[in-house]
Design a protein around this ligand. Structure first.
Ligand SMILES: [Zn+2]
Length: 361
């Protein structure tokens, strides 16, 4: 945000953290209180985390049932405007009926679905994903998928072993549901070339228009200069791309942290978190191409893009569907009433109605 005329001062950015968890993972149990630290205080750079989008890890690990685990999550964050939740899916051991039941019992609560093919060791080409993806597609729900690329110690892609959660595999699944937003978490976790691969796939999907891919930047360049975040933004804007005719596609990239996993738990968590945010912002501000609209890019990356993708109302949730049907019926009734009035009036004058108008009456 800018004070008019003082464009170099950036203060009190609003943040949506689009990727966070509670539950058990790698022998560690993550609690709501581990996430509360991020939203209960203004960060030391004056930013505020307005909202955290959480999903449950225990369900992904089959340590809890899909229904029970997600229900507990819904209850834990009920009536708390600082949190939104995604329903964790376990196509390996679960059933989409659990997810359908949760969406019925907790309308307007789950903002999307979360998948983790490598935890479940379930190949993304497996048919077990399909009922979940069909549910997401029917309800216009974004789907967050763990993504990862096997890299060698020098950051080059390991050609010998393709990771189960490779962006290529996610892209193949996303192509079967071309309108459903599919988010590649971590922009192809790994490092260096792993992110290049995820960026290439994002750009390819835009050019071909055959999938609706997004990505979050959790763990991306966390111990490095923010080279790949900047690269992703530029390529999504078509900067340096030949014959780019797709406009600004940077809305496909958003901030997420994966908190409170690993270094985002414990006494230094808040400082590490703030430092990561600040380094990303600085690398955007210091890039010659991004500099002129740095403030807008920062607001979009850290807030607006997640808001639009996850938090804008879904027009076809069952409650809204009834509202829309109701509104259409009212409108037809009103039009019918007036058409009839006019007809009565006009018939006196011998006016002839077209067939289309007559149908409304
Ligand atoms: Zn995660």
């Amino acid at each position: 945000m800018n004070i008019a005329g003082i464009s170099s001062i950036n203060f009190m950015s609003k943040i949506i953290d689009s990727h966070a968890h509670v539950g058990r993972h790698d022998g560690e149990l993550y609690h709501k209180s581990d996430l509360d630290v991020f939203i209960k205080s203004t960060l030391s750079n004056n930013d505020t985390v307005e909202k955290i989008i959480v999903s449950d890890l225990s369900v992904l690990h089959s340590l809890q049932g899909e229904y029970e685990g997600n229900k507990a999550l819904a209850e834990l964050f009920k009536n708390n405007p600082k949190y939104s939740i995604l329903a964790s899916c376990n196509p390996k051991d679960g059933n989409v009926k659990n997810i359908e039941k949760l969406f019925k019992e907790y309308p307007n609560t789950f903002m999307g679905l979360k998948f983790h093919s490598s935890i479940q060791q379930l190949d993304l080409s497996d048919k077990k994903y399909e009922p979940y993806m069909e549910f997401a597609s029917k309800n216009k729900l974004p789907c967050l998928f763990h993504s990862q690329v096997n890299t060698l110690p020098d950051g080059k892609i390991n050609p010998a072993v393709k990771h189960i959660a490779d962006p290529e595999n996610i892209y193949s699944l996303a192509k079967k549901y071309p309108k459903t937003p599919v988010v590649m978490a971590h922009l192809g976790a790994g490092w260096k070339e792993s992110h290049d691969k995820a960026i290439d796939i994002l750009v390819e999907s835009i050019k071909k228009g055959d999938a609706n891919l997004y990505a979050d930047i959790s763990w991306v360049d966390i111990d490095e200069p923010q080279e790949h975040i900047v690269k992703a933004l530029k390529r999504l804007k078509g900067i340096g791309e030949k014959d780019w005719k797709y406009g600004d596609q940077a809305f496909r990239l958003m901030f997420g942290s994966d908190a409170p996993l690993a270094r985002f738990k414990g006494k230094d968590a808040l400082n590490i978190y703030t430092d990561f945010i600040e380094r990303i912002k600085n690398s955007i501000r210091n890039d010659n191409n991004l500099k002129p609209e740095a403030d807008k890019i920062i607001d979009d990356l850290f807030y607006n893009n997640s808001q639009k993708l996850y938090l804008s109302p879904k027009t076809n949730s069952s409650k809204n569907k009834f509202l829309i049907i109701g509104a259409v019926m009212c409108l037809v009734g009103i039009i019918g009433y007036f058409a009839n009035k006019i007809k009565q009036k006009e018939s006196k004058t011998g006016f002839l109605y077209s067939k289309e108008t007559a149908k409304l009456g």
